[in-house]
Structures are given as structure tokens and as C-alpha cells.
Design a protein around this ligand. Sequence first.
Ligand code: ADP
Ligand code: MG
Length: 605
Amino acid sequence: MADIKQLTPSVVNKIAAGEVIERPASVVKELLENSIDAGASRIDVHVEQGGTELVRVSDNGCGIAADQLLLAVASHATSKIQDADDLFQVESLGFRGEALASISEVSQLILRSRQEGHESGVQLAVHGGSLSPLEPCGCPIGTTVEVRNLFFNTPVRRKFLRRVQTESGHVSEAFTRIALPNPGVHMTLSRGEKKTHDLPPVDDWRDRIAHFFGRDLADGLVAVTSEIDGVRLSGYVADPAFSRSNNRMQYLFLNGRHIRDRSLQHALGEAYRGLLLHGRHPIGFLMLQMPAEDVDVNVHPTKLEVRFQDGRQLYRQLLSTLRETFLSMDLTRHVAMPGDQAREAASRQDDLPSTPRLPLSRPPVIAAGLPEPFGGEARSQRGEWAEVFAGKFRVEDPSEQIEAGELPAEPQRPSVSPLGVQLHQRYLVTENDEGMVVIDQHALHERILYEQLRSRVDEGGLEKQPLLVPEPVEMTADEAAAVLEVADSLAQLSLDVESFGGNTVLVTSYPAMLRRANPAELIRHVADKMLEGAEPPEARDLLDELLHLMACKGAVKAGDPLSVEEVTALLEQRHLCEDAHHCPHGRPTALVFSREELDRRFLRT
Ligand code: ADP
Ligand code: MG
């Protein structure tokens, strides 16, 4: 083995840079934290090429004294703590004294700063870790840091950078995470020529949330607040009517710092249990304020994770606060009464109120045109039996009986088709050679629609319906970038999207088959899928995913009453469901009770 040698400061800094600076967005984060720590009331961020060419952050904060400028870029040099005890009293966002040293090691950095009471400012340039002499310069009070050509001297790192759009998305997210908890600071973000965010200071936190996530969401927010043993919880969670398919819209801030905490996110999910469908995640913007000594922020180089002294107490506080808030709210609209269609629709969270049912595959078949094997005599007999059964099952006026407490609050009117019967407005019961088959009506219809959509796409595309009024969909910056990245794949589905400036994506057409489908929902789903994993899905998988989604949204739901004709039309294609076994969500789609088994149970053997 070679001799042991002390690493040079330059190598040490490069190693440190690897931990703290992963991509341009990390630079934005560190510089913004410094500006906030400097007490700035105005911060302007400018990036070129997703920050790979240039990141510039200017603030009007306290500035750095001329004789301190060299220290600012030295490693382990900070004005924020002095000794080890201070590590447990951290009131600032920074404290490690590593960011500027790390950044200047792997980029071309220029630092300009001027303090109040000084005629001019001072400038320091650092090129890949080597310092140029200080120079006087003209500049306003405050600090500007310019970072060019990130990773120019660490080519492997540079190669790992993603497309400009993707890096831009990360930059926006870093900006969002600082701008959200600092509503009193005027912040702007521009990319190239375009100013994508201009956030004047606001008093009401919801105004800042609205800026990023739209007025609709902000207006539907529910305020939460509590204080237990010096821990103050405040902020907003979204009405259960708003939810996401991932947990990226759960923003948690601890003493002004954006953090990720699995335990607290779990508490949030628990609070919504029963209010959201499986697989949906709540939306929340929550601030925690607690004494600095109750939390260790020095567990992660990027300070994203922290360690609480009493994490379990915090979990309970969050959960109980949310539960009490929900209990005091009127959530009764989730309980639907029969006959009240609007409320029923609103209560079915998996249903899009604006998505009408897709046409069944063929015109409904009426008894007269019965397919084989139910012809001739057999038919008339079955028909009669059907009527008898129907009479037996049919309730004259369910609402009376519900009032009298004789029926559960869901009418049970089986539709009896010659091919089978609908029970509990959910299941289709029929037979095959093997025995009795119980089919989930939603699963079957979903499957039929999926097959139809798939074959139309294979045949050269779905018929396109241009939107008379293109629909703008407000998203976060990285969501918008992700959607635009796959615009070509979406076009294959006749779903045309284009950028509408800022973070808004404009939907200009949609597949005619979906009639008045909800394009925003589809687009959001695309964004969620794209950002879900470490790598975006392949175009083909995304396409398939979307076909499934369209089919799912278009299909009849559990609880939808079906006409006799609809039951017939569905059951004509029941093999699709029996073949498939499971729906994309993992539930079985059809259960077969063999005749032998039934015979055995009825002691017929
Ligand atoms: P840290 O923030 O952990 O102290 P940094 O490397 O980010 O470490 O910054 C080093 C020091 O430079 C800070 O402690 C602070 O004194 C000074 N500094 C950096 N950025 C600014 C700024 N925008 N305004 C005023 N001072 C700054
Ligand atoms: Mg810092």
C-alpha cells in the first residue's frame, strides 16, 4: 500500500463539495440560506441554463466586511457559531461554514459585498479554489454571489447533471422551499430572459402558497394551530377534496428551515386516514417552532433531516391537532344519501365529477337480440325467471324504507340481464362452464375501455378533440418541466400540451373518446409519474399508465346503478375480466365459485 499522506485543503474541499453541492439547485439553496441569515428583505435569483452556466443571488442584507471576505470562502469559517455548544443553539440556517468554500472549489465564483456606511464594495474572485486579489467595486449595500460553470473542474460530476429543464425544476423547488417559509421577504427568480417568480412580501401565508400552487388550493386550505410544551405548530392543510398521488406537496418547516421527516409525514397521513382513497396523499404546509436546543440540526450535510429530542411527542401533537381540526369541521358531505346525485358524486373521491361515463363498447343489447347460448325456449324461461327475481328484489320506494330504518342508506335494485345480474350496485353475477362468476363491474368496464383505447392507439391514434378554450393547468416548476418533456408521448394520445409561461401548462386538445374528460387530472398524473421515482418512466410505460388511467376514470364505478342493457353489454365481454385476474391496483377482478365447490357446500355430493 502507498504511504499515508494528509490531503491538501483543495482535495478536502472537493470532498466536502461532493456532500453539500450535488447540482445547481444546491448552490441556489446555500446562497439563499446565506441571504436569509444576513437579514435580507429582498433577494433576487438569476439562473442560466438551469444554473449549470450561471447562478447569481443578490441580496440587500448586512453584507460582509472587506477584511472578512477571504474568510467567507475559507472552509470551516463561519460567523454563525463559535464553539461546539453553539451547535445545539443554532438559530440560523447555516452554521457549518462550508458552503462558499465548497462552491468556490468547483466553480468560478465572484463575491461582491458592501456594508452600510461604506463608500464602495469589495470583490473577490475564486477560480476552482484559487483566489484572486481583492478589488474595490461599485455595488449596492448587500451581497451578490455569482457562480459560473459549476463542476467545470470535476468533469464526472458535470456529466451527472440532467437536462436543463430538469435542473431548472430543481432550482425552482429550492427557491420554493426558501420562499414559502419567508413570506415577508421580497423574492424573485429569473431564468434566462424570463422572470418566472416575483413574490412581493405578504402578511398572509396563504397568499404566498397561492402564488406557487394556485388560488383554488389556497382557498381550500384549513388552518391548524396548537402549542404544547413550547412547541408551536401552525400552518395549513388541504381539504381532503385536494390530494396528490405522492407526498411531494407536504412542506414541513422547522424554525424556518425546510425539512423532511418521515415520522411527521406519517402522522399527516394518519390524520387523513379514511378521508382519502388508498394511494392518495394529503397536502400540507406546516411550520414548527421550538427552542433550538430541542432539536439537532447537525445530522445531515444538507441539513434536510434533523433529530428531535422528543419525536414521539411531536408525532402525537401533529396527529391530535389535525384530528381535532377535522372533527370540528363539517365533513358530512362524504356521506351520501340516495337520490342526491351531486352529493353522491362529491363523495366518491375516485370519481371525477366532470368525467362522464364512457360509452360502452357497443350499443346496448336488448333481450330481443340475445346472443347464443340463451336462444329459443331457454330464453323465454330465463326471461320469466328474471322478472320474478326482479320483482322479488325490487324495493318499491327505497326512501320510505330507509327512513323507517329498514334498509341501509343505499338502494339495492338489482338489474337482471339475461346474461347475469347486478348486485349491490357493484358486482355482476353470472356463470361460465366452471361455475358461478362474480365480477367487479368497475374492473370489467375499465378493462374493456383499456383494450379499446390500446387498440385505437396501436391503429394510429385516438381521435382528437381540440379544446375550444384551451385549459391552463397550474403546476410547480418541476412538474411543468416534466410534463413538457414528454409532450411528444402525450401527443400520441391526442393530449396536446404546450408551455403557457411560468409554471402553467396549456392543454389544447384531448382524446375525443374521453368526451369532456378532465385534462388537468391527466396532466397532473403524468407529472406525478414522471417525478415519482429516481428515473422518469420509459415513454411506453408512461403511455400504458395513461391508458390505464383514462380507462379507470372513464369506467363505471362501484355504486353506479346500471341498466339491464348496460349489464348485458358489459357481460358480453366478461372474458376480458376473467382473463385479467387483477386490475392495475392489484385487486382481483373476478371470482369464480366452481360448481363442484357449490355442490359440496350444499351437501349435494
Ligand atoms: P455558513 O452559512 O454555514 O456560515 P457559508 O460558507 O455559507 O457558511 O458562509 C460563510 C460566511 O460568509 C457566513 O458565516 C457569513 O458570515 C458570510 N456570508 C455568506 N453569505 C453572506 C451574505 N449573503 N450576506 C452576508 N454574509 C454572508
Ligand atoms: Mg451558508
